[in-house]
Ligand binder design. Structure first.
Ligand SMILES: Cc1cc2nc3c(=O)[nH]c(=O)nc-3n(C[C@H](O)[C@H](O)[C@H](O)COP(=O)(O)O)c2cc1C
Length: 201
């Protein structure tokens, strides 16, 4: 056999620049590409529906999870809930939040979740946007409601992240209430689309 037909191992230090370049130019597979991307889910939830969806999404896409918590939480029951939380949404308040260790810099995708309050997003998200800049990131949105429209909520959220490429928006109806397999499978579909967008984007 001719000497040059024998497969040769070239130690790293003897590689020509051509060998080095051709090896580093190998395209990563979609799964490798996604594995290198960092994702975060940031959400506020008063009664657990948005938390339920946020935890499912974070698990599905392998994201870090950040819960926004007002220093003074809104009441959870009865008339007080609608009065105080509704008033806060109508007056576009910015409630002070407990500190979170969120730094947008390392994240490629930030998923933002909120309940729909009076057609809009919950005020703790407004405080979050004031405190953190997401320009240049990819974003995805989800909103939990009890059956009304989430269009205005999504429009408002998009206005808050003008420098972001929004990959998708998911409206859910009280996903944590009772046995709700339909909403659970919509969450899984949403995550599958996000993963595909991350691979090709
Ligand atoms: C103050 C307030 C306002 C609400 N406004 C709306 C609304 O405009 N449209 C709607 O479909 N649901 C509305 N809801 C219902 C919540 O959006 C819904 O139950 C959501 O799943 C709650 O999410 P959470 O459990 O994460 O807090 C409102 C609830 C509250 C407390």
């Amino acid at each position: 056999m001719a000497a040059d037909a024998i497969p040769r191992f070239i130690p790293e230090k003897h590689c020509t620049s051509y060998d080095a370049v051709s090896r580093t130019n190998v395209m990563p597979s979609p799964a490798e590409k996604r594995a290198n991307l960092k994702t975060a889910v940031v959400y506020y939830s008063l009664e657990g529906n948005t938390r339920y969806a946020a935890e499912k999404i974070a698990l599905e896409i392998g994201a870090d999870l950040y819960a926004l918590k007002p220093l003074k939480e809104y009441p959870r029951g009865g008339f007080g809930k609608y009065f105080w939380a509704g008033k806060s949404a109508m007056f576009k308040e910015r409630p002070r939040l407990q500190a979170i260790r969120f730094d947008a810099a390392p994240y490629d995708l930030v998923v933002l979740g909120t309940p729909v309050w009076a057609g809009s997003y919950a005020p703790p998200l407004r405080t979050f946007f004031r405190e953190h800049r997401l320009e240049g990131k990819r974003a995805a949105l989800f909103a939990c409601c009890s059956g009304g429209s989430a269009d205005r909520c999504f429009e408002g959220l998009k206005r808050e992240v003008p420098g972001c490429k929004v990959l998708g928006a998911l409206r859910l109806i009280d996903p944590a209430k009772g046995d709700n397999p339909e909403e659970a499978s919509r969450i899984i579909d949403f995550c599958a689309k996000l993963k595909t967008s991350l691979e090709i984007g």
